[in-house]
Write a protein that binds this ligand. Structure first.
Ligand code: NAP
Length: 263
């Protein structure tokens, strides 16, 4: 099947690790031109070198802290100095502090909402004029299944994810007339640095070491394992490709059967 990704331009936040990186690599292999965004520029440059060598990709790297207000405008401006258009936006930058309610201060709630929710909102705001002019765009917000099934250990992330899902659905009707599709991915537990840090932190409140804690945690998941980042990336690539032409304002849960819901 032709995915229609060759020579398109994709901007990926959180591209240096985990789900963002796995998505970037599939796009590179499909011949998509890439704008990779994260704070750690050296790491992005190493990835860019690898993609150029293996896939002959055209890649630019931009260091930006997306929790800061003006980053999104700055980086879209920088991207447009290199490319004439931006077809795809994948918002995968995000991190939120885990822990039970008493562990969380105002600052932790603010940080989670500021990066994961407002960071994505600001990226959409910055890129919308570009996509409207093109009359084409595919946007993915990487949220998390706790947006639908909040978890006592992931309260700040649950709130930020729920807000992101509401935004995704709410804005979808407003932009589809301009040919701009927006959907959300709700990953379940996925083997990334973010996940390893979570297990390490949460296990401290138990008598288990991080590995044992993870094994206990996995009992909640019907498939009894966590995902690899590429399993999330494959769904993202479907949504941003020409294989998906009648889907907008939806959130797709990829969680090994964990979330208890009918749809
Ligand atoms: N892994 C899971 O189990 C899981 C489950 C549900 C949802 N999610 C969500 O999926 C998304 C991706 O998670 P992941 O597991 O792939 O995380 P990850 O491996 O920790 O990668 C996070 C990415 O975001 C970037 N980032 C972090 N803070 C940033 C900031 N302030 N400004 C710009 N970039 C920033 C990081 O690069 P720098 O540090 O260089 O900036 C990195 O590229 C997140 O929104 C996460 O909440 C993950």
């Amino acid at each position: 099947m032709e995915l229609g990704l060759k020579n398109k331009v994709a901007l990926i936040t959180g591209a240096s690790k985990g789900i963002g990186l796995a998505s970037a690599e599939i796009l590179a292999s499909e011949g998509t031109n890439l704008i990779l965004v994260a704070r750690d520029l050296d790491r992005l440059k190493d990835i860019s070198q690898k993609f150029k060598k293996i896939y002959n990709s055209t890649v630019i790297c931009i260091s930006a802290d997306l929790s800061l207000k003006n980053s999104s405008d700055m980086l879209v401006e920088q991207a447009l100095n290199e490319f004439e258009r931006i077809d795809i936006l994948i918002n995968s930058a995000g991190a939120s502090k885990a822990g039970v309610f008493e562990d969380l201060m105002d600052e932790d709630w603010e940080n989670a909402l500021n990066l994961k929710f407002l960071g994505a909102v600001r990226m959409v705001r910055a890129i919308l004029p570009v996509m409207k002019k093109q009359k084409y765009g595919k946007i993915i917000n990487v949220a998390g299944n706790t947006g639908r099934q909040p978890h006592p250990n992931f309260l700040t992330g649950s709130a930020a994810n729920a807000a992101l899902l509401a935004f995704t659905k709410g804005i979808s009707e407003y932009i589809i007339g301009d040919g701009i599709f927006i959907n959300a991915l709700q990953p379940g537990p996925t083997k990334t640095e973010h996940w390893d840090q979570l297990m390490e932190k949460l296990s401290r409140n138990s008598e288990l070491d991080p590995k044992e804690f993870e094994q206990e945690f996995l009992k909640q998941i019907p498939m009894r394992r966590i995902a690899e980042p590429i399993e999330m990336a494959k769904t993202i690539i479907f949504l941003v490709s020409d294989a998906s032409t009648f889907m907008t304002g939806r959130s797709v849960t990829v969680d090994g059967g964990w979330t208890k819901e009918l749809a």
